[in-house]
Write a protein that binds this ligand. Structure first.
Ligand SMILES: C[S@@+](CC[C@H](N)C(=O)[O-])C[C@H]1O[C@@H](n2cnc3c(N)ncnc32)[C@H](O)[C@@H]1O
Length: 160
């Protein structure tokens, strides 16, 4: 995976990209990495995309604190896009987390309030934190997909 990332995530005339081999549980290392410093201009708004990853971070690792530390490093006008697995729409979705855990991978389904906490202090963009397929779908038929089939929340918010 790292070999593919290094081969494919190459900078181009359209913009710089970089891949940091880091653990999300160590945001200080991510923020201090040379790759980040050479790639992002932290004086200008940045899009922080945390898609489908925080359900792999257990409460004991303080996922909300991690998100806050990453956001603290970004200037006003930056955005956070985040999605997260949930069992709110289907308690049976807990089985997915149990299956991961049985194979040694930490997975934590979180409810609406815990997902909304990731956006604390930010200005949520309408329609707020909703079942991910309901967040301004390009395809109008996406809204017809049952929430239980997706079992994930999504949201976007601006740092004031
Ligand atoms: C469901 S995938 C989502 C990937 C990507 N965000 C996307 O939307 O295509 C979850 C990713 O989280 C990564 N991941 C899980 N725990 C992590 C951690 N502690 N630090 C960094 N990445 C982690 C996994 O390696 C995997 O690539």
């Amino acid at each position: 995976m790292l070999a593919h990332a290094r081969a494919l995530l190459a900078s181009s005339p359209q913009g710089r990209t970089a891949y940091i081999d880091a653990d999300l549980r160590d945001p200080a290392a991510i923020l201090a990495s040379a790759e980040l410093g050479e790639t992002l201009d932290l004086t200008r708004p940045v899009a922080l995309s945390l898609i489908a990853v925080f359900h792999f971070i257990p409460d004991s690792a303080d996922p909300h604190g991690i998100a806050a530390r990453l956001l603290d490093a970004l200037p006003p006008g930056s955005y956070l896009a985040l999605s997260h697995a949930t069992a709110d729409f289907d308690p049976g979705a807990e089985q997915l987390a149990a299956t991961y855990r049985a194979r040694g991978v930490s997975m934590t389904m979180r409810g609406r309030a815990a997902v909304e906490r990731f956006f604390g202090g930010l200005e949520l963009v309408e329609p707020g934190v909703v079942a991910a397929q309901r967040w301004r779908p390009d395809d109008p038929t996406s809204g017809a997909v049952a929430d239980a089939q997706v079992s994930g929340y999504g949201g976007l918010a601006r740092k004031p």
